[in-house]
Design a protein around this ligand. Structure first.
Ligand SMILES: Cc1cc2nc3c(=O)[nH]c(=O)nc-3n(C[C@H](O)[C@H](O)[C@H](O)COP(=O)(O)OP(=O)(O)OC[C@H]3O[C@@H](n4cnc5c(N)ncnc54)[C@H](O)[C@@H]3O)c2cc1C
Length: 413
């Protein structure tokens, strides 16, 4: 009997155990998934929660409900991986041996990494929305905030869902406008990038949308510290941005257990082959989702598309055949833009987001890099698809690798 151990029962880990249980013979492979708790959070819902458009209870499900029969579940914190002994050591002292290992421990926000970010002002006038506690505290603050300088801020990249801070900014603009209070709020978007987004065509488009909404952008801003008492962000080159309400995306880092295992880069992300998804230097350790350092977005869509490629490669690899599948970095993300509209972007390692149409049977096409009501409904509908199709490893009506169908190629030149 061989053992496959999956670390993390989040988006990637849950999908993978569902996909592989039906593909691996039960008398040959034991599958075990390890996670520290039994609450699966639908993270995209954290974007809407601060505006009262989602309820916390609708974003949580028991992880155990998504682990299929025939997969063992261990609830414990992972201490470290001993790759020489092919064993995962748990904080409660137990050891879980493996023949093949999948690391899917995700990424976490680390406000402790920016001097001055934590303190009395944390969740009083400095907030995050990447955690359930942060999003709920921000919801309560926004409900009675009298207005002033709202600063939306990214500490550094990579972050999960890199469009989420922009979406938050568009939604804040719409939130105050719909309440007749937009004139009382001055919104600034502060980013370490040189524009609104990482990719040039999308950056120009999204930057234009910020301008049209009267939102200032403070680019190339690398934060040195937060001065809580004076309510200002201070950059490494001594620029200052004053706020009354700061909504920040703290530094995102991989799990501490990766650092303790000596397997991470400086941000605890695991160096990973961007096509095969094997951890660099290993032939028995794979990395999926946000835990890897592949140059793709840290997004549920990337976890999904890469998991499809991984499953085929994994089955070939364990039967001694060459791996014939290569992940292309495919990502797609709906971008909420406020007032019931949204955009869609679809891209991969080599092709940046382009305008055009994105066909999806029955519900599409969706407009690429162009606002539409359909995109907003697509984003809302994704929650249903996440719980009922994606996590359970069922087929989704979208291609695994990026397709050029519907895209306007001439804009790329
Ligand atoms: C505000 C927000 C909006 C988003 N919107 C979108 C969107 O619209 N579209 C999209 O595609 N993606 C979106 N994402 C990103 C998406 O949610 C993540 O990319 C995705 O969930 C990553 O999956 P994962 O399996 O890698 O990590 P996770 O789902 O985070 O799972 C990691 C798991 O590892 C476990 N773990 C970690 N360390 C340990 C340890 N030491 N011991 C035991 N267990 C451990 C955790 O408990 C967790 O269950 C959004 C994210 C946020 C925060």
């Amino acid at each position: 009997m061989k053992s496959l151990v999956v670390l993390g029962a989040g988006t990637a880990g849950t999908m993978v155990v569902n996909k592989l249980r039906s593909r691996l013979a039960r008398d040959e492979w034991r599958i075990t998934v390890v996670d520290q708790d039994d609450w699966h959070l639908y993270q995209p819902g954290l974007l809407l929660l601060p505006f009262g458009a989602e309820r916390p209870e609708d974003l949580l499900r028991h992880r155990s409900d998504f682990v299929p029969p025939g997969v063992g579940r261990v609830q414990a914190r992972i201490d470290r991986i001993d790759t020489a002994e092919r064993t995962v050591l748990l904080e409660d002292g137990r050891a879980v041996p493996y023949d093949q290992l999948v690391i899917a421990t995700g990424s976490q926000t680390r406000p402790d990494q920016t001097p001055g970010m934590l303190g009395d002002h944390w969740h009083r006038d400095v907030f995050d929305f990447y955690t359930l506690e942060g999003a709920m505290a921000l919801r309560d603050r926004l409900a009675d905030w009298p207005g002033g300088r709202l600063v939306v801020h990214i500490v550094d990249l990579p972050i999960k869902c890199p469009v989420a801070p922009l979406e938050f900014t568009f939604l804040a603009d719409a939130f105050f406008e719909e309440r007749g209070r937009r004139a009382d709020v001055d919104i600034t978007f502060v980013t370490p990038l040189d524009g609104a987004f990482t990719k040039p065509i999308a950056s120009a488009h999204l930057g234009g949308m910020l301008r049209d909404r009267g939102i200032s952008v403070e680019p190339d801003f690398y934060v040195d510290h937060v001065d809580g008492p004076a309510r200002k962000l201070v950059s490494v080159d001594d620029r200052e941005v004053a706020y009354d309400l700061l909504v920040t995306v703290p530094l995102n880092m991989g799990a501490d257990c990766i650092a303790r295992s000596g397997m991470g880069d400086e941000l605890n992300f695991v160096p990973t082959d961007k096509h095969t998804l094997l951890a660099v230097g290993y032939d028995d350790v794979w990395v999926l989702g946000d835990a890897s350092n592949i140059p793709a977005s840290k997004a549920g869509s990337v976890a999904h598309f890469s998991a499809e490629v991984f499953v085929e490669n994994f089955l070939e690899h364990i039967s001694g055949r060459p791996m014939t599948h290569a992940f292309d970095g495919h990502a797609n993300c709906f971008i909420e833009s406020g007032h019931g509209k949204g955009l869609l972007i679809d891209f991969n390692y080599d092709t940046e987001p382009l305008p055009g149409r994105y066909p999806v049977p029955l519900v599409g096409p969706f407009t690429l890099l162009e606002e539409s009501h359909a995109n907003h409904w697509g984003k809302l509908g994704f929650r249903w698809a996440y719980w009922h199709l994606l996590l359970k490893g069922r087929p989704m009506p979208v291609p695994t690798l990026m397709s050029m169908t519907g895209k306007k190629k001439e804009v790329a030149s």
